[in-house]
Design a protein. Structure first.
Length: 482
C-alpha cells in the first residue's frame, strides 16, 4: 500500500538545504549585522586591558617607559594624572588622539565623573574636525573616539587617574563590502547546496530503493532475488544480511517441500499395506491369519509414531514443550530401551550392543531423554552397514556422562555435518524409509537436548560410519559399580 510519507531523498535534500541556509544566516549576522558592535566591544576590551597593565605598573612602582610599545600596539593614547590634575606621564601613540585637545577643566571633569561612577567612566565622542566629515559621514559614517577613565590607588595609598583614548574607525564601508560579498557567497552556496543535496540524496537513496524493490520480490516468494551489497558499509551489510536470509528461506522452503513429500510417502506406504492386507482378509478365505493381522497392527503403529513425531516437532518449534526432570538411572534406562529391540534383533538379524562400566544417575526428563536414545538408535539401525551392527557406548567425561550411538554405514560428508540436526534436512535427495521410527528423529533429538542445555554432536567418516552423541551432567554420589 502506498503511503503518503516523505522519502529519504526529499528529507535529506530538505535538511541539507536548511543546514546551508543556517550557516549563511549566521555568517551574515556576524559579518554584517553585528560587525560594528563586535568591533566596538573588542576595542573597549583592549582599552580595559591596557588600563589594567598601567595600573599594575603604578602599584608596583615600575618605570613607565616600557608602556609606549604596548599603547602603540593597541593604538591608544594614555595619561597618568594625579588627583590634583597634574599630568605625571603621557603616551601619545594613537592616531588622531583627542586627549591633547582637552583642557585642564575637561580632564578634571573626567576624573570627577569616574569618582561618581565607582572609579570608572567611559565617554564617547564623534569626530567632526574634518572638513569633509559631512560628505564622508553621509557615506561611511564618522569616526568615534572613546575616552576611558579609571581611578586607581598605589601602594602608598595615593590616588591616580588613568585616562586612555582610542579611536574607533567607521566600519560602514567594510560592512558594505562584506554585504556584497555575502550576497554573492550566499547565491553561490545555495546553488552548490542544492546540487550537492541532490547528488547526496540520490547516492544514498538509490541503493535503499533497490533493496526495497528486491525485498518486495522476496516477500512475494521469489527467493532467487539478489540484493546489492557493494555500496557503502551499512547498505552493504544490509544487502549481505538479506542475501543470507533469502538463501536460508529458499533452503527452508526446499526442505519443507521434501519433508512433505517424504511424510506423504511414509503415510501412503503403511496405508497401502493396511488396505491391501485388509482386502486380502476380506476377500480370500483362510487369509484371516495372525500374521496378516500383525502386519496391519505394525503398520498402524508406524502411522501413529509418524503422527506423534510430527506433533513433537511442532511442540518444540512453538516452545510449549515442558521438562519434568528428576534423578534416575540413565544406564538402566538405556538397557531397558535396548531390550525393546529384541524382536528387531531376532527377526532381522541386527546386533545392538551396549557398552558401559557402571550405572550412572542423571537429573533429567527421563521420558524425553529416552525419546532421544530411541531416535538415535532408530537412525543408526536405518543407516548402519550390511553387518547390521549398532554400538551404544556410555563413557564418563569429568562431571558429565556421554551416550554415543555408533553405526557402520556409509558415513556423512564433513560439509553436511553442521546441518544434520536441522528440522527438514536430509543427507541426500533420495528418500529411504526408516526401518524403525519415522525418519524425523534427529530434529526431535536436537529440540529435546536444547531444552536440557545438553552438549550434543556427530562425528563421521566416509565408508566407516557415524557416531551421534550427547552429554548430561552426572548426579554426585549416585554411581554404582556393575
Amino acid at each position: 500500500m502506498k503511503q503518503n510519507k516523505p522519502s529519504v531523498r526529499s528529507i535529506l535534500f530538505f535538511y541539507l538545504t536548511i543546514f546551508t541556509a543556517i550557516i549563511l544566516i549566521v555568517l551574515w549576522l556576524f559579518q554584517v549585522v553585528f560587525l560594528d558592535s563586535f568591533y566596538k566591544m573588542i576595542r573597549v576590551q583592549n582599552i580595559k586591558k591596557t588600563s589594567q597593565t598601567i595600573e599594575n605598573y603604578i602599584n608596583n612602582g615600575k618605570a613607565y617607559n616600557s608602556l609606549y610599545n604596548m599603547c602603540r600596539f593597541n593604538d591608544v593614547s594614555a595619561y597618568i594624572i594625579d588627583i590634583d590634575g597634574n599630568i605625571i606621564y603621557s603616551i601619545d601613540a594613537a592616531s588622531k588622539s583627542i586627549l591633547h585637545n582637552f583642557s585642564f577643566a575637561q580632564l578634571q571633569n573626567l576624573i570627577n565623573e569616574a569618582k561618581e561612577n565607582n572609579g570608572v567612566s567611559i565617554q564617547r565622542y564623534i569626530d567632526t574636525s574634518d572638513a569633509d566629515a559631512g560628505m564622508m559621514g553621509s557615506r561611511f559614517g564618522r569616526a568615534e573616539s572613546i575616552v576611558y577613565t579609571k581611578i586607581v590607588t598605589n601602594k602608598d595609598s595615593k590616588d591616580y587617574a588613568i585616562i586612555i583614548n582610542a579611536n574607533i574607525s567607521p566600519v560602514d564601508a567594510t560592512v558594505g563590502t562584506l554585504r556584497m560579498q555575502i550576497i554573492i557567497i550566499t547565491s553561490i552556496m545555495l546553488v552548490v547546496a542544492l546540487i550537492l543535496a541532490f547528488i547526496m540524496s540520490k547516492k544514498i537513496t538509490n541503493p535503499i530503493i533497490s533493496i526495497n524493490k528486491s525485498s518486495k520480490e522476496l516477500a512475494k516468494g521469489n527467493y532467487d532475488v539478489a540484493f546489492e551489497d557493494n555500496d557503502y558499509r551499512e547498505i552493504s551489510e544490509l544487502g549481505q544480511t538479506l542475501n543470507y536470509a533469502s538463501k536460508e528461506l529458499k533452503k527452508t522452503e526446499d526442505l519443507q517441500r521434501e519433508l512433505i513429500a517424504n511424510i506423504s510417502h511414509d503415510l501412503r506406504t503403511p496405508l497401502t499395506m493396511i488396505r491391501g492386507y485388509a482386502e486380502v482378509i476380506r476377500d480370500l478365505p483362510g487369509e484371516n491369519t495372525k500374521e496378516n493381522m500383525q502386519i496391519i497392527i505394525d503398520e498402524t503403529q508406524r502411522l501413529a509414531s509418524l503422527v506423534a513425531d510430527v506433533m513433537d516437532i511442532s511442540k518444540i518449534k512453538s516452545g510449549v514443550q515442558e521438562l519434568h526432570s528428576y534423578e534416575y538411572d540413565l544406564t538402566q534406562s538405556v538397557i531397558d530401551i535396548i531390550d525393546r529391540y529384541k524382536k528387531l534383533i531376532e527377526q532381522d538379524g541386527y546386533d545392538i550392543e551396549f557398552k558401559y562400566d557402571k550405572h550412572i544417575f542423571v537429573n533429567a526428563d527421563e521420558l524425553k531423554i529416552s525419546q532421544v536414545i530411541y531416535n538415535l538408535i532408530n537412525n543408526a539401525v536405518t543407516y548402519t552397514g550390511e553387518d547390521k551392527k549398532v554400538i551404544v557406548n556410555q563413557t564418563e567425561i569429568e562431571d558429565r556422562v556421554r551416550i554415543s550411538v555408533i553405526d557402520t554405514g556409509e558415513g556423512i560428508e564433513e560439509d553436511k555435518l553442521a546441518e544434520i540436526f536441522d528440522r527438514y534436512y536430509k543427507i541426500d535427495k533420495s528418500h529411504k524409509r526408516a526401518v524403525v521410527g519415522t525418519g524425523l528423529g534427529l530434529s526431535i533429538v536436537k529440540g529435546i537436548l536444547n531444552l536440557h542445555d545438553a552438549k550434543y554432536g556427530v562425528t563421521s567418516e566416509i565408508g566407516k560410519g557415524s557416531e551421534f552423541y550427547f552429554e548430561l551432567n552426572k548426579v554426585d554420589n549416585a554411581n554404582t559399580e556393575i
